[in-house]
Design a protein around this ligand. Structure first.
Ligand SMILES: Nc1ncnc2c1ncn2[C@@H]1O[C@H](COP(=O)(O)OP(=O)(O)OP(=O)(O)O)[C@@H](O)[C@H]1O
Length: 729
C-alpha cells in the first residue's frame, strides 16, 4: 500500500518539478526581455510579478505538497494538497486538489453519519518526498460514529502534541468540521467567531483569509484582505502561516499601524488608553475642533505697515458663521473664513486710507500684502488654524484648558492622564483618535497639491521637449496633464496607471488611509475599543468581515463585554455568529484549573472541551518573596528540561517584568504580551498579583492559565486566589 501511494506521490512531485521549472523559465525569459515600448514594459512587470509569486507558492508547497486522500464508494479517489495540479497528459484530470477547492471539502467534514460518498479518508505522512506512513479512517461503517469524534484523530493528535517553535503553523492537514464550516462561510456580511482559548480561532481566521483569496480571487486581489492582530509579537507569531499557505495580498497590522506616517512607540497607563477608546471621544474631538474656531473677547490688534488695525469680535463672528454655513469640514471651510477676515482687514485699511481713492486693483494688492503679514498669519492661525489630526491632538493634550473644555465630564485626575506637556510621539490608542480627527478636519491637502502642481509643471516642460512619448518619466502623471498633452491615447493612460501601481495591493493599502479592503479579519477582536472599531468600520464599508475572539478573555479596559455591545452601533443585529467549542491547545487537566477561574467571572460563556489529556497535573509552589527570583530560575530550568526541545513561557505580573531573564526558548511576558500565544510549558508567577493589577485581572489570569500545550505550573509568594487554590488542591 505504501508503495502504491509512493508511486502516486512520486508522479505528483515529477509534475510539480516540471511546473516549477516552467515557471522558472518564464521568469528568466521575462527578465531577459528588454522592453521597447511602454506596453512591453508593463507586460514584463506583470509577467515577472506573476511568475515570482507562482515560484513562491511552489516553494511553500514543496514540503507537505500532498497530505490527504479520499477514496469514494464508487471506487474513484482524490488526493488533497496545498495546491492544485492538473494532469496534462490525461485530459487535465486533477492530480491534486487544492485544499481550498470545494472538491476538498469532504476531507474535512465527512463523518460516519454524513459520508458524502467517502469510504476512506487517508492522512499521508510524507518526509521530504517519501511516504513514511498513512493513517486511515473508514467512514462507511454506518451508525458507529460518535457525534463528537474528531476527524483524522491520529494526525490531529500528532499535530497537537508536536513541540512548539514560537511560530504558528498551518493546520490544513487536520482542519476539523466545525472549523471548516467557518473557514468556508460565505464572504459577505459580518461573521463573529466566538470560541474559548485554544479552539483554533486564530488558525481558522488565517485559513479563512487563504480560502477567501482563493475562492474570490477576482474580487479580493484588488482590494486586499486586512488581518488585524493585537500586537507586533502576535503578528510575528502568525506571520509565517499565510505565506506557507501560498498567499500574498494580505496586510497584517495592528490598529496602531493603520494611520500612515504614524508609528506609535509610546506606552501609557491602561486607564488613559481606556478613556481614549470610549465612544464619547467622537463628541470630544468635535468639541476640540470647535474650540479651535475662536472668537476673541475683545478687539484684536493687528499691526500692518506700522498701523494698528482693530479686528472686532463681531467681524470674526460673521466670518465664522459664513464658514460654518458651508456645512463642510474644518480645513475645507478655512479658506472661506480667512477670506472673510482678510476682506474685513482690507476694508479697515482702505477706510484709513480713504476708500474713495482706491481702485479694485489697489484693494487686491492690499489684501495680498495682508495675507503675507506675520501678524495676520498669526491671527488667522489662532482664530481658525489649518489642523492636521496630529496637530489637533498634540495641542489638545498639551493644554489643560483645551482638555477641560473638550472633556468637562472627566475628573481632573482623569484629564491629567491625558495631559502631555511635551510631545514625544504616539500611543496605539491615539491612532483611532487621529483617524477620527481626520474625518472631522478633512485632509489638509495643500502641501500635496503644491507638490502635484510642481510635478505637473515639470512634466509639461519635459513633454514639450520630448518627441518620443514613451520616454516620459514613469512616475505617475496626473490624468489631466496627460489629456492636456493631447498625444496620449486611453490605452496609454491605462498603462501608466498600471505602471504606477507596481506595489502590491497590501503595500498600497498600507500607505493609504482611505483604502477600503475587500475583507477585514480581526483576531482577538474582544480587545478593541469603540474608537478602534470605528476606524476599522471605515476600512470595511462593505461590512465583509470576520471577527474572532473570546469575550471571556477581554483584558483591555476599553474592550468588549459582549458582541452585541460592540456591533450594535455599526450594524444593529445584522451579523451572524459561530461558536467553536473544542480546545485543541490546552489539555483537560489544565483546562479544569482554568475553568475554575473562569467561573469566578460568572459569564455565560460556554466552557470548551479539551480534545486531549496528558496525565500531567498542573503544580503549584509557594516560595518566600525574597527567594522568588532564584527559585523561579531553578524551576524554569527544570520545566524547560521537561519540555525537551519545546518552549517555555513564564507569565508574570507587569510589576515583576524583570524577575527572570528570557533566553532563546524561555519567554518572560506579561499576560497582555502573551495574548494569543502558546508554549509547551507555562509557569504563571504570582497569580494573585496578576489578578489585582487590572480591573480585568480575572480575565487576564484565565488567559495566562490557558497558554500551555503540555505543562502548567504556578509559583507564588502571596496566597493564591481562592478559586485557583481549590482547583489546584
Ligand atoms: N484542526 C486543528 N489541527 C491541528 N491543530 C489545531 C487545530 N485547531 C487548532 N489547532 C492548534 O491549537 C492551538 C490553538 O489554536 P489558536 O491559537 O488558533 O487558538 P485560539 O482560539 O486563537 O486561542 P486563544 O483564544 O487562546 O488565543 C494552535 O497550536 C493550533 O495550531
Amino acid at each position: 500500500m505504501l508503495a502504491e501511494e509512493q508511486d502516486y506521490v512520486t508522479r505528483l512531485y515529477d509534475r510539480f518539478d516540471i511546473l516549477r521549472e516552467q515557471a522558472q523559465q518564464f521568469l528568466s525569459s521575462a527578465l531577459r526581455q528588454i522592453p521597447d515600448s511602454e506596453q512591453a514594459h508593463t507586460e514584463r512587470n506583470a509577467a515577472t510579478r506573476m511568475h515570482t509569486e507562482q515560484l513562491a507558492q511552489y516553494a511553500a508547497a514543496e514540503t507537505g505538497l500532498c497530505f490527504g486522500k479520499l477514496e469514494f464508494t464508487d471506487d474513484t479517489d482524490r488526493y488533497i494538497g496545498l495546491i492544485g495540479i492538473l494532469d496534462e497528459d490525461n485530459d487535465y484530470e486533477p492530480l491534486l486538489v487544492d485544499w481550498r477547492a470545494p472538491a476538498a471539502r469532504p476531507f474535512y467534514v465527512a463523518t460516519g453519519a454524513t459520508t458524502e460518498g467517502v469510504r476512506l479518508r487517508r492522512h499521508l505522512r510524507i518526509r521530504k518526498r517519501t511516504v513514511i506512513g498513512v493513517d486511515d479512517e473508514l467512514l462507511d461503517l454506518s451508525g458507529v460514529e460518535d457525534a463528537d469524534a474528531v476527524t483524522g484523530e491520529t494526525a490531529l493528535l500528532a499535530a497537537l502534541n508536536a513541540k512548539r517553535t514560537g511560530r504558528m503553523t498551518d493546520i490544513v492537514r487536520t482542519i476539523q468540521a466545525e472549523q471548516d464550516n467557518i473557514i468556508r462561510s460565505p464572504l459577505h456580511g459580518v461573521l463573529v467567531v466566538q470560541g474559548g482559548p485554544g479552539t483554533g480561532k486564530t488558525a481558522v481566521a488565517l485559513h479563512r483569509a487563504a480560502y477567501l483569496l482563493y475562492t474570490h480571487r477576482e474580487q479580493l486581489a484588488k482590494r486586499g484582505v486586512l488581518v488585524v492582530g493585537p500586537n507586533t509579537e502576535f503578528l510575528n507569531y502568525i506571520s509565517q502561516v499565510l505565506p506557507s499557505l501560498g498567499e500574498t495580498g494580505v496586510l497584517m497590522a495592528t490598529v496602531g499601524d493603520l494611520f500612515p506616517d504614524v508609528r506609535p512607540k509610546l506606552t501609557e497607563p491602561d486607564e488613559a488608553a481606556a478613556i481614549k477608546g470610549r465612544p464619547d471621544m467622537v463628541e470630544v474631538l468635535a468639541k476640540a475642533v470647535a474650540d479651535r474656531q475662536r472668537v476673541p473677547d475683545a478687539p484684536m490688534e493687528i499691526v500692518f505697515e506700522r498701523e494698528t488695525l482693530l479686528l472686532q469680535p463681531e467681524a470674526v463672528e460673521r466670518a465664522k458663521a459664513a464658514a460654518l454655513r458651508l456645512g463642510t469640514l474644518h480645513n475645507r471651510a478655512e479658506p472661506t473664513f480667512s477670506a472673510a477676515i482678510v476682506r474685513e482687514l482690507t476694508r479697515i485699511v482702505a477706510d484709513n486710507l480713504g476708500a474713495d481713492l482706491l481702485e479694485a486693483g489697489d484693494l487686491a494688492d492690499i489684501a495680498r500684502e495682508l495675507r503675507e503679514e506675520r501678524d495676520v498669519i498669526e491671527a488667522l492661525d489662532w482664530l481658525w488654524p489649518v489642523l492636521s489630526p496630529q496637530r489637533l491632538l498634540k495641542e489638545l493634550y498639551a493644554s489643560p484648558d483645551l482638555l477641560e473644555s473638550a472633556l468637562p465630564h472627566l475628573s481632573a485626575d482623569e484629564r491629567a492622564l491625558l495631559h502631555r506637556p511635551e510631545h514625544y510621539g504616539w500611543t496605539p490608542a491615539d491612532v483611532p483618535l487621529l483617524d477620527e480627527a481626520m474625518e472631522l478636519l478633512g485632509e489638509d491637502d495643500r502641501a500635496a497639491k503644491a507638490l502635484a502642481a510642481k510635478k505637473r509643471q515639470e512634466r509639461l516642460e519635459f513633454a514639450e521637449g520630448v518627441v518620443d512619448i514613451m520616454r516620459i518619466d514613469e512616475e505617475v502623471a496626473d490624468d489631466d496633464v496627460l489629456m492636456a498633452m493631447n498625444m496620449i491615447t486611453a490605452d496609454h493612460l491605462a498603462e501608466r496607471h498600471e505602471r504606477s501601481s507596481t506595489l502590491t495591493t497590501a503595500e498600497r493599502a498600507a500607505q493609504d488611509r482611505t483604502w477600503t479592503f475587500g475583507h477585514v479579519i480581526v483576531d482577538e477582536a474582544q480587545e478593541l475599543s469603540a474608537m478602534a472599531w470605528r476606524l476599522l468600520m471605515r476600512r470595511a464599508p462593505s461590512r465583509s468581515m470576520t471577527l474572532v475572539g473570546d469575550v471571556a478573555q477581554t483584558g483591555d479596559l476599553a474592550g468588549a463585554e459582549s458582541w452585541e455591545q460592540v456591533l450594535a452601533p455599526h450594524m444593529a443585529d445584522r451579523w451572524r455568529m459561530e461558536e467553536l467549542t473544542v480546545n485543541y491547545r490546552t489539555p483537560a487537566e489544565i483546562m479544569s484549573v482554568a475553568s475554575a477561574v473562569l467561573r469566578e467571572l460568572g459569564t455565560s460563556i460556554t466552557e470548551t472541551k479539551s480534545v486531549r489529556s496528558t496525565g500531567v497535573a498542573p503544580w503549584s509552589l509557594a516560595v518566600p518573596a525574597e527567594d522568588l527570583p532564584a527559585r523561579l530560575a531553578e524551576l524554569a530550568g527544570k520545566e524547560l528540561a521537561e519540555v525537551g526541545e519545546g518552549t517555555l513561557g513564564v507569565l508574570v505580573p507587569a510589576s515583576l517584568r524583570e524577575v527572570l531573564r528570557p533566553s532563546e526558548r524561555v519567554s518572560v511576558l506579561t499576560v497582555r504580551e502573551a495574548k494569543g500565544l502558546e508554549f509547551d510549558g507555562v509557569i504563571v508567577v504570582e497569580p494573585a498579583m496578576i489578578r489585582e493589577e487590572s480591573v480585568k485581572g480575572v480575565n487576564d489570569l484565565y488567559v495566562a492559565l490557558t497558554r500551555a500545550t503540555q505543562r502548567l505550573g504556578v509559583v507564588h509568594s502571596a496566597p493564591l486566589p481562592e478559586s485557583l487554590a481549590e482547583a489546584l488542591a
